[in-house]
Design a protein around this ligand. Structure first.
Ligand code: CS2
Length: 472
């Protein structure tokens, strides 16, 4: 017989049924892309809204069901670990009422056909929009073609891509007469609302043109700027939750104290009171989005490539290296000249960014940020590079960031993981000169044709490729 005084009880697992968190709210939000960023950001804002008990989220994974396996036994609950300089704060987030494998098509259609559904949010990464270089749907993508064929033959068929899944939901919602809703993409793409609307419209055009009018009357695509540095979960985070709360959580989320959400758009079927939780509703997201995409994400990408070539593993390590920090400052000075926000605001944002990057309690892996450069460099670095050229300057920081990506594609620093891996690996082949030409060609014919840009990128790429120089 076990003597309970001798056998320590296993620590309890976090779960709604064990009395943790709020009761599950009725589902009125559907989220696509059940990852850490969504859980630290949109789900957290929803959880903190004063009307949270009326706004439950049904969250679907992208492709892998792993997050469902971790969260379903916990009733969708998880612990948010907010890592400040002075220690951890643990909060149970209760806004996810249901978690679903992205492949669960019945659950998908059931959500879309519910008149209660008011908002669809997405975090599917930049690559998930399947845009061609012109910003329209990449119809040469085999998964897009498969979706066109499947949905053209049967509007209730499951789709593979994000635009395909959205169109399948919209077809079902129209058929059910379930009314209007808002779609709010939350990925780091400039003008993410119009960007998503464009790829959805292109797919509608190929699948069922009669849906276009219904979409125009019933769907409001909003635009957002989202910001919160959120690394991947490790065993260390699980152990911290157990030590801090006494609960077992299979999938806590580490994040930083800072958080920002800027939203523009209409919500024809309502939305949570996100403003009361700190979100800002504005008419135009662009000034905020450029500030964040260029200053935060641009320097993240610069550090991911150049910092990892210098042997660093995390953002905090790289920004503590005076050489990397100087490169970041150089890039910030160039990019800041083209932002439309007040200079004082930009200066304050830069100062805060340095503190955020330095936070030693956030282990944000450069290798994670390095992924999908083909989607990131064009929107994070190239716009400010072009703006500088137009002003008659060849920017040192921006060309160094491009050169660092060249080095990365040539096998230096963090490994290459890219949605367009085959294509970008070929950009790294050949001599350094050839690589630079190919990369610039990929980023824009105007850049490839500009001898000054080519020379600057080549010079930086040479010095980064020399171990001694990269370390200087
Ligand atoms: C990062 C972002 O992985 C990346 O590319 O730059 O995830 C970044 O941490 C977030 O946008 C911060 O809000």
């Amino acid at each position: 017989m076990n003597d309970p005084t001798l056998t320590p009880a296993a620590p309890p697992r976090l779960s709604r049924s064990a009395g943790h968190g709020r009761a599950a709210a009725p589902v009125r939000i559907l989220h696509v892309g059940l990852g850490n960023f969504f859980r630290a950001h949109q789900a957290w804002y929803t959880d903190n809204a004063p009307d949270a008990s009326e706004w439950g989220i049904a969250a679907f994974t992208g492709r892998s069901p792993a997050m469902v396996d971790a969260l379903d036994p916990q009733g969708g609950l998880y612990t948010l670990i907010t890592r400040g300089a002075d220690g951890d704060r643990f909060d149970v987030v209760s806004s996810i009422s249901a978690v679903h494998d992205g492949a669960d098509h019945d659950a998908w259609l059931a959500c879309w056909t519910s008149p209660d559904l008011a908002v669809v949010t997405l975090t599917v990464t930049e690559a998930g929009y399947l845009r061609s270089p012109t910003g329209r749907l990449d119809t040469s993508n085999p998964d897009v073609r498969a979706d066109v064929e499947a949905l053209g033959a049967d509007p209730t068929a499951p789709a593979r891509t994000t635009p395909g899944r959205i169109v399948s939901g919209l077809l079902a919602r129209r058929a059910a007469g379930a009314g209007p809703l808002a779609i709010l993409p939350c990925d780091n793409l400039p003008g993410n609302g119009p960007a998503l609307a464009a790829v959805v419209a292109d797919l509608v055009d190929l699948v069922d043109r009669s849906l276009a009018g219904w979409v125009a009357d019933h769907v409001a695509f909003g635009t957002t700027m989202v910001d919160r540095i959120t690394p991947a979960t490790t065993d260390e985070h699980r152990a911290a939750v157990l030590a801090g709360t006494g609960l077992v959580d299979a999938s806590p989320v580490p994040t930083e104290p800072f958080s920002e959400w800027i939203i523009a758009g209409a919500f024809p079927n309502g939305r949570p009171d996100w403003q009361a939780a700190g979100a800002r509703l504005v008419d135009d997201v662009m000034p905020f989005e450029q500030r964040k995409l260029w200053l935060l994400n641009g320097s993240h990408s610069l550090l991911a490539y150049a910092g990892s070539i210098r042997g660093h593993e995390t953002v905090a390590e790289a920004i503590a290296d005076p050489v990397c920090r100087g490169w970041v400052e150089e890039w910030w000075a160039e990019a800041s000249r083209h932002l439309s926000l007040a200079e004082a605001d930009v200066a304050a944002y830069r100062a805060a960014l340095l503190r955020r990057f330095e936070n030693p309690r956030i282990r944000h892996a450069l290798a994670q940020i390095a992924a999908d450069g083909s989607q990131k460099i064009p929107v994070r670095i190239v716009p400010a590079l072009r703006a500088e050229l137009a002003a008659g300057r060849v920017p040192v920081g921006a060309t160094r960031a491009v050169a660092a990506w060249v080095g990365h594609l040539r096998g230096h620093g963090a490994p290459v993981h890219d949605a367009r891996a085959e294509e970008v690996r070929r950009l790294g082949d050949g001599t350094l000169e050839e690589s630079v030409d190919k990369v610039l060609g990929f980023l824009g014919v105007d850049l490839a044709a500009d001898e000054r840009v080519r020379a600057a990128v080549l010079e930086h790429a040479r010095s980064l490729a020399t171990p001694a120089a990269a370390q200087s």
